[in-house]
Write a protein that binds this ligand. Structure first.
Ligand SMILES: [Zn+2]
Ligand SMILES: [Zn+2]
Length: 256
């Protein structure tokens, strides 16, 4: 399984793109501004989009993707998420005001976009891969995704989350994690804001990792607010983790 990080930043700016991860050629986790890095032929290959939550930095290019493919599609692009997330997209974006309701175009019987509701902790098979949404604590209903590769390795994408007992328990129940892509939006001095906005700091990430029964082989840190990258990176490096820690940047890819 190829995991390509198209966007992993907590904001925009030169060389910074928001959350979007491509799995192999045809699957996305979230559809932030990183999606705009793909070529037309790469966009054309996309068939499945798993959405973690309705925040704009994670969904802003989904409407553009469907629009881009409108003339080309012979079958719908499948958009997956738990019910509250899909309802928010339908109500607040694909509502004919912000953007057309592509679940009804060009016709209700043969639309260009189809929503598939997933249930938390129930795995969804896509070819040789499986995708399992799991609840995390953020300011809106949010799920991460546990993705099992063709070879049985586990890639976990937490999306936006804060630290709580539930996250520790959920990650421990998954068994050995090969690669954990987790957010760390703010530096330690902003812990109060991180807690209020339900994000993570390096200290909170460390507290989480200490509580894991098995350390993931790789910790892939994402969603740092652009203004704080140097500060967060320095705090992360001082943690001395017993794992490979990579502060992600757009364009990086991994094989699992
Ligand atoms: Zn968010
Ligand atoms: Zn976000």
């Amino acid at each position: 399984m190829k995991v390509q990080v198209l966007g992993c930043s907590g904001g925009i700016g030169v060389g910074e793109f928001t959350t979007c991860v491509r799995i192999n050629e045809d699957i996305l986790l979230d559809a932030g501004t990183g999606l705009g890095c793909l070529t037309q032929s790469e966009l054309t290959q996309l068939r499945h989009v798993f959405i973690s939550h309705s925040h704009l930095d994670h969904v802003c290019l989904l409407p553009m993707l469907i629009d881009n493919q409108f003339e080309l599609l012979k079958s719908p692009i499948n958009v997956y998420g738990v019910s509250q997330v899909l309802e928010s997209l339908h109500q607040h974006i694909f509502n004919w005001k912000i953007w057309p309701d592509f679940t009804q175009l060009p016709s209700v019987d043969a639309p260009v976009m189809a929503f598939t509701t997933l249930n938390s902790k129930e795995s969804f098979k896509l070819g040789d891969l499986s995708f399992t949404p799991f609840d995390v604590e953020h300011v809106v209903p949010t799920t991460g995704y546990a993705v099992v590769s063709e070879g049985g390795r586990l890639f976990v994408f937490t999306s936006d989350t804060t630290l709580n007992e539930g996250l520790i328990k959920t990650l421990n129940q998954m068994g050995p994690i090969h690669s954990l892509m987790i957010e760390c939006a703010m530096p330690n001095r902003m812990q109060d804001l991180a807690i209020a906005s339900k994000h993570m700091t390096p200290t909170m990430l460390n507290e989480l990792l200490i509580c894991l029964e098995a350390m993931p082989e790789r910790i892939l840190v994402s969603h740092i607010k652009p203004y704080y990258v140097d500060e967060v990176e320095a705090e992360l490096m001082s943690l001395n983790l017993n794992a490979e820690l990579i502060v992600l940047s757009s364009g990086q890819f991994f094989f699992l």
